[in-house]
Write a protein that binds this ligand. Structure first.
Ligand code: PGA
Length: 253
């Protein structure tokens, strides 16, 4: 069966001391995380190695929020997938909507980053999702299908087996406006059907599809109860250790 995952995307929040404190307080609560749930934290690049040491020998796993499209060399300011891996991180978030919209990341860029991640033994958490105007124009299925087709669906079946997908409707991110469990389930079902179409029913069954967008303790249970929702990519609520741990307890096990 596919894994249950709660991943905390810290975004550009917390200085080093505050990040350490957050990691320490999540670590102190880790005994409360239900056994089958995988909990991941994604601090900013510059804190990865440090937070990695803080959570070493715990059940918590480490993710980066991004990685470079290129392998190495003269790319000032970039951070390669290999560098991410060398900090002990096992996952990397790729194609978050904030990267797509503020840093002009196209599906092609997303694909290149996925390739780099896979080459360096990272599990890519690939984000897809429609904007508000696309939801209102009833284009959400076609938008997400295109994002998938131009990125993860270019992969071989073997490589696709390492992908985690995060459906994050852009209109729900940081807005307090969550997709209803039905809206989220409908899209997750659609994504799973597309995986089956492109690969196999086995691949569709085994791929974890996370929901992201104003997920918090008060709505996580209803979202995670949906048959095709395998967990969450959590922004704001991942910055409070209590809320974050409570979200990890929101699965029907
Ligand atoms: P949010 O962010 O939980 O603050 O809406 C989710 C995300 O962007 O991954």
């Amino acid at each position: 069966m596919r894994p249950k995952i709660v991943a905390g995307n810290w975004k550009m929040n917390n200085d080093l001391q505050q990040g350490r404190e957050l990691a320490e307080s999540i670590k102190a609560l880790q005994g409360e995380i239900p056994e089958p749930v995988n909990v991941i934290v994604a601090p900013p690049f510059i804190h990865l190695a440090d937070i990695g040491r803080t959570i070493a020998d715990t059940r918590l796993k480490l993710a980066a929020q991004n990685c470079a499209t290129e392998e190495k060399g003269a790319f000032t300011g970039e951070v390669s997938a290999e560098m991410v891996r060398s900090t002990g991180a096992q996952y990397v978030i790729i194609g978050h909507s904030e990267r797509r919209s503020y840093y002009q990341e196209t599906d092609q860029v997303v694909y290149q980053k996925i390739e780099q991640a896979l080459r360096n033994d990272l599990f890519p958490i690939v984000c897809v999702g429609e904007k508000l105007e696309q939801r209102e124009a009833d284009q959400y299925f076609s938008v997400v299908a295109e994002q998938l087709e131009k990125s993860v669906f270019q992969l071989s079946a073997e490589d696709f087996g390492r992908i985690i997908i995060a459906y994050e409707p852009v209109w729900a991110i940081g807005t307090g406006k969550t997709a209803t469990p039905d809206q989220a389930q409908q899209m997750h079902r659609f994504i799973r059907e597309k995986i089956e179409e492109n690969y196999s029913s086995k691949a569709a069954n085994n791929t974890a599809i996370l929901y992201g967008g104003s997920c918090k303790p008060s709505n996580a249970e209803d979202l995670f109860a949906q048959p095709d929702i395998d967990g969450g990519l959590i922004g704001g609520a991942s910055l409070k250790s209590r809320d974050f741990i409570q979200i990890s307890q929101s699965f029907t096990l």
